[in-house]
Design a protein around this ligand. Structure first.
Ligand SMILES: [Zn+2]
Length: 278
C-alpha cells in the first residue's frame, strides 16, 4: 500500500503515489495524489527526488494538466518545478510565506483563494483555506467522492507540528472545525493512510490539542513564569526528548493561542511566559 513508485488506487478518480522520503516527520513518505484519468491533477508533487518525479511521469506524464500544492514545505511542493518543466501544467497553490522550512522556489500560476474551484470534465476540486500548520495551507475537497486532501492539516499516525509565526494553534483548531462544515466522507492526508471516520478523527484531534493546552496552563501554574525550554518537560512528558525541537514549535503555538485568548502573556525581552491574573 505504501510501496514507493507504484500508484495505489483509492477510488475510480484517485491514485496515491508515496514518495521515498520516510521518516519521523513524514511517516511512510509524502503522499502524492493523482486525481483524474484523462486529465490529471497532481496534488502535492512531493520532494525534489528524481525517482519520485520519474514515477509520477511514468504513471501519468502525458496527462498532467495541473499541479496543486496544499502548502510549501520541502516534502510537499518542490517537485512542482521538474513536473512543470516536463509537462507545462498549470501550478496552483499559495505562495510561501516568509517563514521557516519553506520551499522558496514555489511560484504558482494561480495563487489559490479560499473556495476556488478547479472544474474538469471528470472532477470538481474545491480549495479550503486551512491555516494552522502554516499560514499558506489549503485543503482540497474532491466533491464527487467527498474526499478531502488534507496535506499536513491532518496526518494519519503522527501529530501535526504547528510552526509559528505563520503557524497558529488557534487558527489550527478553527480550521479543523471548518472541515466539518463540508460534506467530507474521507480524509486523504499528506502522510499515512486514508481516514474513514472524519468526524471522529477531527473531534479527537481538537480534544487532543485542548488537553495539551490544559497541560500548558497547569505547567505555568506550577512553575510560574517560564521559558519554552523550561516548560517542555512538563507539557511533553509523554514525548521523547529527540522530538523536543519540534515540540517547542507547537508549545510556542499553544502559548500564542493562550495569549490571544487573554490567558497568558509574554515577556519578549526575557523570552518568558506567565499566566495573566484575573
Ligand atoms: Zn508541512
Amino acid at each position: 500500500m505504501f510501496e514507493h513508485g507504484i500508484p495505489f488506487e483509492l477510488n475510480s478518480r484517485v491514485r496515491r503515489l508515496v514518495a521515498p522520503n520516510p521518516g519521523v516527520m513524514t511517516g511512510p513518505g509524502t503522499n502524492t495524489y493523482l486525481i483524474g484519468r484523462e486529465q490529471v491533477a497532481v496534488l502535492d508533487p512531493g520532494p525534489d527526488l528524481p525517482e519520485h518525479i520519474d514515477a509520477i511521469l511514468e504513471s501519468v506524464g502525458d496527462r498532467i494538466r495541473w499541479i496543486v500544492a496544499t502548502h510549501t514545505h520541502p516534502d510537499h511542493s518542490p517537485a512542482w518545478q521538474a513536473l512543470q518543466r516536463e509537462t507545462g501544467a498549470q501550478v496552483i497553490g499559495a505562495p510561501p510565506w516568509d517563514d521557516m522550512f519553506q520551499d522558496d522556489t514555489f511560484n504558482p500560476d494561480t495563487p489559490v483563494q479560499h473556495d476556488d474551484v478547479l472544474q474538469t470534465p471528470e472532477f470538481t476540486l474545491r480549495a479550503i483555506h486551512t491555516p494552522g500548520h502554516v499560514g499558506n495551507h489549503f485543503c482540497y475537497l474532491l466533491e464527487e467522492e467527498g474526499m478531502v486532501f488534507a496535506g499536513d492539516h491532518i496526518m494519519n499516525g503522527s501529530t501535526v507540528v504547528i510552526i509559528p509565526p505563520s503557524g497558529d494553534m488557534k487558527a489550527y483548531i478553527e480550521s479543523l472545525q471548518l472541515l466539518l462544515t463540508y460534506n467530507v466522507k474521507t480524509i486523504a492526508p499528506g502522510h499515512g493512510d486514508v481516514i474513514a471516520e472524519p468526524r471522529e478523527a477531527i473531534d479527537w484531534l481538537v480534544a487532543h490539542r485542548l488537553k495539551r493546552e490544559g497541560k500548558v496552563v497547569a505547567a505555568l501554574e506550577q512553575v510560574g513564569d517560564a521559558s519554552v525550554e523550561e516548560l517542555l518537560p512538563h507539557v511533553y512528558d509523554d514525548v521523547d526528548k529527540s522530538l523536543y525541537r519540534m515540540a517547542a514549535l507547537s508549545l510556542t503555538a499553544h502559548l500564542i493561542k493562550l495569549q490571544k485568548d487573554g490567558r497568558a502573556r509574554h515577556w519578549p525581552n526575557a523570552e518568558r511566559w506567565e499566566l495573566t491574573r484575573s
